[in-house]
Write a protein that binds this ligand. Structure first.
Ligand code: XBP
Ligand code: MG
Length: 255
């Protein structure tokens, strides 16, 4: 089965969005609501176990502020989350959310090689659009033929729904596509959809269990900063620049 498509996660994979993007945006939205809730970096790392912003807020309330139970809690959470999304877009526009090494290079190479490209994320569509518009170079802004986001798949990772949606929308078999993820929740989602997955571990995901991944690296690598390989089909260690030929070779090992 040849490799025909790459399906990218967004948060932690395309960009380091969490610590200086989503986390800061959540805190600003809480302050706007007159709440003294504050998610520091360590707490936010724990809260990331719950995917999806609204779900994360609800989980935090349950765990740390069970006394906060206004009759319209769901509506207030939705309002805070909407503000949070607007703050996130502002942070992206201000350059606070850097793309990860090798992302632009690999997208450009994959497009030139005729691979199909898509996004599969639990984050809101507005966040993905902001990242694409502000962070990708103009020639790559329409590189993704399908954006699978929270709007298309409200049941979030680790459920496979967003990957199922993307594969169906592309009329693509999971056997012909590779997912690129940064976290265990993402790996579990992609694997449950039948996809092989390359993991570029993000800071918050260090130490998670990536059993079952096709390869595990610390980034996609650049010529000036090669990626460290933690596991791959042809070597257990070393360094790499993740190129299309390398992905084709690793992918072909499996069939
Ligand atoms: C990312 C997420 C998202 C973001 C926040 O997970 O869990 O919820 O943290 O985005 P993944 P929203 O990378 O596995 O897709 O606030 O828009 O939900
Ligand atoms: Mg992710």
């Amino acid at each position: 089965m040849p490799l025909e498509a790459l399906i990218f996660d967004v948060d932690g994979t395309l960009a380091d969005t969490e610590r200086d993007g989503h986390r800061v945006a959540f805190n600003r939205a809480f302050a706007d609501e007159g709440l003294d809730w504050h998610w520091d970096e360590a707490l936010y790392g724990d809260l990331l176990a719950v995917t999806g912003g609204k779900e994360r807020i609800a989980h935090y309330v349950q765990r740390f502020h069970p006394e906060w139970s206004p009759p319209d809690a769901t509506r207030i959470i939705a309002r805070m989350h909407k503000r949070k999304t607007a703050y996130f877009e502002e942070l992206v526009a201000a350059g606070a959310v850097p793309l990860r090494p090798g992302v632009v290079r690999l997208i450009r190479e994959a497009k030139a090689a005729g691979l199909r490209l898509a996004i599969a994320t639990t984050t809101s569509k507005a966040n993905v659009v902001a990242l694409i518009e502000h962070m990708l170079p103009p020639d790559l802004r329409s590189a993704f033929e399908i954006l699978g986001t929270a709007e298309e798949a409200p049941i979030k990772k680790p459920a496979p729904d967003v990957y199922d949606y993307v594969l169906a929308a592309m009329n693509l078999s999971a056997a012909n596509a590779l997912a690129i993820e940064d976290s265990r929740n993402g790996l579990v989602a992609a694997t449950a959809a039948g996809l092989r997955t390359l993991v570029t571990v993000s800071d918050y995901a260090i130490g998670q269990d990536f059993t079952g991944a096709l390869a595990i690296l610390d980034s996609l690598g650049e010529p000036s900063a090669r990626a460290r390989i933690f596991a791959s089909p042809d070597s257990a260690a070393g360094t790499a620049i993740v190129t299309v030929p390398l992905l084709r070779r690793w992918f072909a090992n499996l069939h």
